[in-house]
Design a protein around this ligand. Structure first.
Ligand code: ADP
Length: 638
């Protein structure tokens, strides 16, 4: 191929413009990105060579070299990994394939496009990969040859980081790639081996391949010139060259754990917690699992894959191995290195493997235990971490109640709610139980759209009056999730909006008797009400759960709440058409007014419908015919 000049894809040109113009102060990450690419290229070679040994070309030692030429003002990062074909160089170094980078671009709102500083912080967050080289170089030359192709089919790619790049065919004996950065005048600080070593140490120590640099020695200056460090010609390994996960825990500092997390998770924030273990037993593996501090934007996408990287016997196999974590823990990031899985394992095989099942169970247990440790820690800082974890991920965790029966109890212990006595989402079932009233037989809860809505719900009135705490559940998943949890530690869970209230021994005999009498004396009116509302209500009955309100709606014991049914319909899903039960407060003046209106059919009918529609409004619903409701109410107002 003769030399060709090609244009960058529009997005790349945009990205390059940002990279070269942003005020990102942490430019040193370019080295991390290029070494990470070199390491990925070696991983790919190792993986492809599993099926095609010829790719090794008789040089089986994988390594990365970082070479400095102070005179030429260049820095070259070379690897003997998989390399690039000519077409791959054009495709991969001229377009953006990586979703993270596309996210990065789409995140740049109009405002940020103007603000070079903000752009900088986003660059740090996403890492723009290869293109970050242009933060320090005004020209980049890549020379490469793909493993297994003829030596005269190498490629040279050159660009000044503006709109275009050049490619041409070259002869290259070594397989793999060399990326040469022609350092910008304002980036000469990177022309220092000492500086480069310290950057490698900071960001790339966990890379499992050796990273080599030329050894330097002090040389006295001759003829009155200053002395300086000069290369000796011998290469030395400047990183630990063992994967972080493979090192003993005691040799790893928290900073190293955090730095590694930031790289694999593409997160700028430190993780909340991590757990690193070698698991031995029927299946052997190493797990390094992180709980992030912040939920990603796409967490609610249930198709989002878990963030675990899978290695088998230290060979990188795949990113996002979703089979290694249940879906409700999809926010966990980390790596798993299995000693037992076959190297040629595919995603499909993973789904069926017994070893994978036991790794998934082990990972799940480990994450739940880590969370439990935070939640029950005597240390306030750890406890605060749990609260912040819960605020970010509590709702996802609840999905586990329906998904992972074997850990339901463990999960239930981790749940936190607001309650009628606590506005913050901090009450556990155990806290609740410890505060239960003498004679109270159930854990009471209510589901609603908001805490205020739950708190003011008519169904809560009698509980307030009797000073019984009720858990307020306002997450969308609550009602669904609670379907799977019927008790906690031997005490049943009861929705205050379902079934008849049974306050058990909390009601004294006089109260019970009064309720029974009211029900009998009210019977004729109930019959009339039922008839008037037969299209709207399944049943009408007298209740003791109301104190201030005239009426409320409840559903049958195992029915779907009106709130959930409403939510499903809004989401365009099918919800069963169940009619609620209208419960009335026989003591309320509006209800008493019904008693004296029985002779006037029209008046009785209007009152009955107002009663029903108000009960619906009170729980956040809308009357089926709002205009009719307004008309009826107005007829009483004028
Ligand atoms: P990412 O590495 O995250 O995919 P980059 O922009 O850093 O994004 O790189 C783009 C692509 O260029 C890589 O996916 C890879 O295919 C190719 N590439 C980059 N560096 C190398 C390298 N040293 N050896 C082989 N391929 C490389």
């Amino acid at each position: 191929m003769n030399k060709q000049t090609l244009n960058f894809q529009a997005e790349v040109a945009q990205l390059l413009h940002l990279v070269t113009h942003s005020l990102y102060s942490n430019k040193e990450i370019f080295l991390r990105e290029l070494i990470s690419n070199a390491s990925d290229a070696c991983d790919k070679l190792r993986f492809e060579a599993l099926n095609n040994g010829a790719l090794w070309e008789d040089s089986p030692t994988l390594e990365v070299r970082v070479a400095l030429d102070k005179d030429a003002k260049t820095l070259t990062i070379s690897d003997n990994g998989i390399g690039l074909t000519q077409q791959e160089a054009i495709d991969n170094l001229g377009t953006i394939a990586k979703s993270g980078t596309r996210d990065f671009l789409s995140k740049l709102g109009a405002e940020q496009k103007e603000n070079a500083k903000e752009q900088g912080s986003l660059i740090g967050q996403f890492g723009v990969g290869f293109y970050s080289g242009f933060m320090v170089a005004d020209k980049i030359t890549v020379e490469s040859r793909r493993a297994g192709v003829a030596v005269d089919e190498g490629v040279r790619w050159v660009s000044g980081g503006t709109g275009e790049f050049e490619v041409e065919t070259i002869t290259r004996a070594e397989r793999g790639s060399s990326v040469t950065l022609h350092l910008r005048e304002d980036a000469m600080e990177y022309a220092s081996a000492w500086r480069l070593k310290s950057i490698i140490n900071k960001y790339s120590d966990h890379i499992s391949l050796p990273i080599l640099m030329l050894k330097e020695e002090w040389k006295e200056g001759a003829d009155g010139k200053d002395g300086g460090m000069v290369a000796t010609g011998a290469w030395e390994t400047v990183n630990k060259a063992s994967a972080l996960r493979a090192r003993p825990k005691k040799d790893i500092t928290p900073e190293q754990y955090i730095e590694f997390y930031k790289q694999i998770a593409m997160d700028t924030e430190a993780p909340l917690a991590w757990s690193h273990n070698r698991v031995e037993g029927s299946t052997e593996y190493t797990q390094l699992l992180y709980v992030p501090a912040k939920a990603p934007n796409d967490m609610w996408n249930r198709d989002k894959k878990a963030g675990l990287k899978l290695y088998v016997k230290r060979v990188f196999i795949m990113d996002d191995a979703e089979a290694l974590m249940p879906s409700y823990l999809r926010f966990v990031k980390g790596v798993v290195d299995s000693a037992d899985l076959p190297l040629n394992v595919s995603r499909e095989l993973l789904q069926e493997s017994r070893d994978v099942k036991s790794i998934r169970e082990g990972n799940t247990r480990r994450v739940l235990t880590t969370l439990e440790d935070l939640a029950t820690s005597g240390d306030d800082a750890e406890k605060a971490k749990f609260a912040s974890f819960y605020a970010e991920f509590g709702a996802v965790l609840k999905e586990g109640l329906g998904e992972d029966f074997s850990n339901r109890e463990k999960l239930a212990k981790l749940l936190r709610f607001a309650s009628s006595t606590s506005d913050t989402v901090s009450v556990s079932f155990a806290d609740y139980k410890a505060r239960m009233k003498e004679g109270q037989e159930a854990i009471y809860y209510i589901t609603a759209d908001t805490i205020a809505g739950a708190k003011n719900s008519p169904q809560l009135e009698v509980f307030k009056k009797k000073g019984i705490e009720v858990l307020l559940m306002t997450d969308r998943v609550d009602e669904w999730a609670l379907n799977y949890l019927h008790e906690f530690d031997g005490t049943s869970l009861q929705s205050v909006a379902k079934g008849a209230v049974d306050l058990g021994s909390l009601q004294d005999d006089a109260e019970k008797k009064a309720a029974e009498e009211a029900a009998i004396s009210f019977k004729p009116i109930l019959e009339k009400l039922k008839e008037a509302l037969k299209d709207k209500a399944e049943d009408v009955r007298v209740t003791t759960r109301l104190v201030d309100s005239a009426a409320c709606l409840v559903v049958q014991d195992h029915g779907m709440s009106t709130q959930l049914a409403r939510m499903l319909k809004q989401a365009g899903q099918e919800a069963p058409e169940t009619k609620p039960i209208l419960e009335v407060n026989a003591e309320h003046p509006l209800v008493k007014k019904l008693e004296v209106s029985t002779a006037n059919e029209a008046l009785f009918g209007d009152l009955a419908h107002i009663l029903f529609d108000q009960a619906l409004l009170a729980e956040g619903g809308l009357p089926a015919d709002p205009a009719a409701y307004v008309k009826r109410v107005n007829s009483f107002l004028v």
